[in-house]
Design a protein around this ligand. Structure first.
Ligand code: NA7
Length: 547
């Protein structure tokens, strides 16, 4: 990058990276402020997560009527969702519709990868370098890169020797994959594997599932959106939107007030049974208030799911292998499914528990465990992501004095509100670590962050200010609050990607903020109302080098 300690030209008020939900809305808000902005996007289209994750069975686990933008009544009323849980192609169509409706594409630069971004102290500007060697300058640098965008393939020995086809679920070929007549292996039973396994099993000649940790999953109960439900939702949108914003998880469910331990076992089972039949996240979110804070309460729900597995799966040994035992329910990101446990009753599906039979290597013909080699034609890696920080670190962001974000965060992320970080002035991270982000219905948290950032920029604009950076003591206090909030829950008891546990060498801290969407929103609003308490706002005066 050029060493610029002289006055530099500024191309844009803001450069935003990523054209998914966050980048699209951020661009719209920046335009409303009259600021010049450019969105840089690696893909050749909008959509972010929903552009890349095209694996069989890919759909959203949040229900369509609240997994959407809410800032425009016109959009809310105009767009028609077809099913209870939108499939990936439908969400991608929706985001394309948003881009067209708001005329966003003219300020998005597609097929462009950001290689580095550096804050230049003397000019107070960001210099963003792209893969083609282009340099863009901006006053504000805004990351809209998503929390689960850096795909992770474990470094199995011999991986490159495999003669068949390999796929990561988040890098799926756009033309699709036909597994008809093929012997397929899938590694990973997180939300993605759980969605993909039943669909691949119906197509492939044989599917071998390599499972490291059995997961608790609850039926989604997907269905077409009944027209009367759609109408009812549209009539009640204001109320639904309000509820999601004030809720704990960004979803319009009533938070339960009862403890799982206050009710008789039969009554408790009835609650679980009703919610199991209703389907989706409400099993965890609408049953009892203490499932994620009290291990005894939690185990009532965990045991209910284990019982269901024993009822559904006909082979007792397979049922045993599928039964989660080493973490409380809900402490890993809860999946929801369509026919997941039922799939293991199929003749063409085998389950391999790789804790008792570890994968030793990938061979030219398949996967060799400590017991035998499994010959396959294709391997699907449903092995997840370097969550929350992976997509930020890929940008090689350098703050004051050239400090690299991954160096500053070597022992885990340090942020103020999950939005900003000391030594990186004018950097805003939409749904960054330390914010509710992945513990919430993402569009709700994205809208809240984008609107907060836009309001902050508007405040600065109206006062002739152009520099913002958190105070170190505010960041230290927020980090402590994020950690103590997580410590009051059962989340730290799981080896989850929330804890960085899926990536060898990643610091073991709790990455998102567990204090709830509503409380967090209120806190951010109070900070704004208190003249952006905890931030230093100033006017940067460019240092001009002597001639
Ligand atoms: P997840 O939830 O991280 O799941 C990844 C799965 O892959 C999980 O079962 C892992 O087992 C398994 N995995 C990861 N590394 C390995 C290795 N080295 N060997 C064997 N198995 C491994 O990712 P998803 O894509 O399913 O979901 C991510 C989010 O995307 C999801 O929550 C939604 O928000 C959308 P583990 O449990 O770590 O033992």
């Amino acid at each position: 990058m050029p060493d610029t300690n002289v006055a530099i030209r500024t191309d844009y008020d803001a450069v935003v990276v990523g054209a998914g939900f966050s980048g699209l809305y951020m661009l719209h808000k920046l335009r409303e402020l009259g600021l010049s902005a450019k969105v840089i996007e690696m893909a050749d289209g909008v959509g972010g997560t929903w552009f890349w994750n095209r694996y069989p069975g890919a759909r959203c686990d949040s229900e369509s009527y609240y997994y959407c933008f809410t800032f425009s009544k016109e959009i809310l009323l105009e767009w028609e969702w077809t099913s209870r849980y939108p499939e990936q192609p439908e969400i991608l169509r929706y985001l394309n519709y948003i881009a067209d409706k708001l005329d966003l594409r003219r300020d998005i630069q597609f097929n462009t990868r950001v290689m580095g971004a550096r804050y230049d102290d003397s000019s107070g500007k960001w210099i963003i370098e792209t893969e083609s060697g282009e340099h863009l300058t901006a006053t504000y640098f805004i990351t809209a890169v998503g929390c689960l965008s850096s795909a992770q393939i474990p470094n199995f020995k011999g991986r490159e020797t495999f003669r068949g086809k390999s796929y990561h679920t988040a890098q799926w070929p756009h033309e699709g994959v036909d597994f008809t007549g093929k012997r397929v292996a899938i590694i990973g039973t997180g939300s993605t594997g759980i969605q993909a396994i039943p669909v691949i099993a119906r197509q492939a000649a044989h599917l071998t599932v390599f499972q490291r940790t059995p997961n608790y999953t609850v039926p989604a109960r997907d269905m077409p959106m009944p027209p009367e439900f759609k109408q009812g939702v549209k009539a009640r949108y204001d109320e639904i939107v309000q509820k999601t914003r004030e809720s704990v998880f960004g979803m319009p469910f009533e938070f339960p007030t009862q403890s799982a331990l206050e009710v008789a076992p039969e009554e408790r089972d009835k609650v679980y049974e009703d919610l199991w039949n209703r389907g989706g996240f409400c099993f965890m979110l609408s049953s009892f208030h203490d499932l994620i804070i009290d291990p005894v309460a939690n185990d009532t729900a965990a045991e209910y799911v284990r019982r269901k597995i024993r009822e559904i799966v006909t082979d007792p040994e397979t049922a045993r292998k599928l039964s989660p035992y080493n973490h409380p329910i809900g402490t890993k990101r809860p999946p929801i499914d369509t026919d997941y446990y039922e799939t293991f009753n199929r003749e063409n599906v085998a389950l391999i528990d790789i804790r008792s039979e570890p994968i030793e290597e990938i061979t030219p013909d398949g996967i060799r465990t400590s017991k035998r080699e499994y010959g396959v034609d294709a391997i699907v890696y449903a092995t997840g992501f370097d969550a929350m920080t992976g997509s930020l670190f890929r940008l090689n962001i350098r703050g004051r004095d050239g400090i690299l974000l991954q160096e500053k965060w070597a022992d885990g992320p340090h942020t103020y509100l999950g939005i900003a970080t000391v030594d990186f002035p004018n950097l805003f991270m939409i749904t960054g670590p330390g914010s509710p982000s992945v513990l919430s219905n993402m569009p709700v948290s994205i809208e809240q962050h984008v609107e907060w950032i836009a309001a902050c920029l508007g405040y600065m604009q109206s006062r002739g200010l152009n520099q913002i950076e958190p105070l170190r003591e505010a960041e230290v206090a927020w980090d402590a609050h994020v950690a103590e909030t997580a410590a009051a829950t059962l989340f730290p008891r799981a080896d989850s990607w929330y804890m960085g546990a899926n990536i060898p060498g990643k610091p073991r801290v709790f990455f998102p903020y567990a204090g709830g969407v509503g409380a967090y929103r209120q806190h951010c609003a109070e900070i704004a109302a208190n003249s952006y308490e905890g931030f230093v706002l100033s006017q940067h005066r460019e240092r001009v080098a002597p001639r």
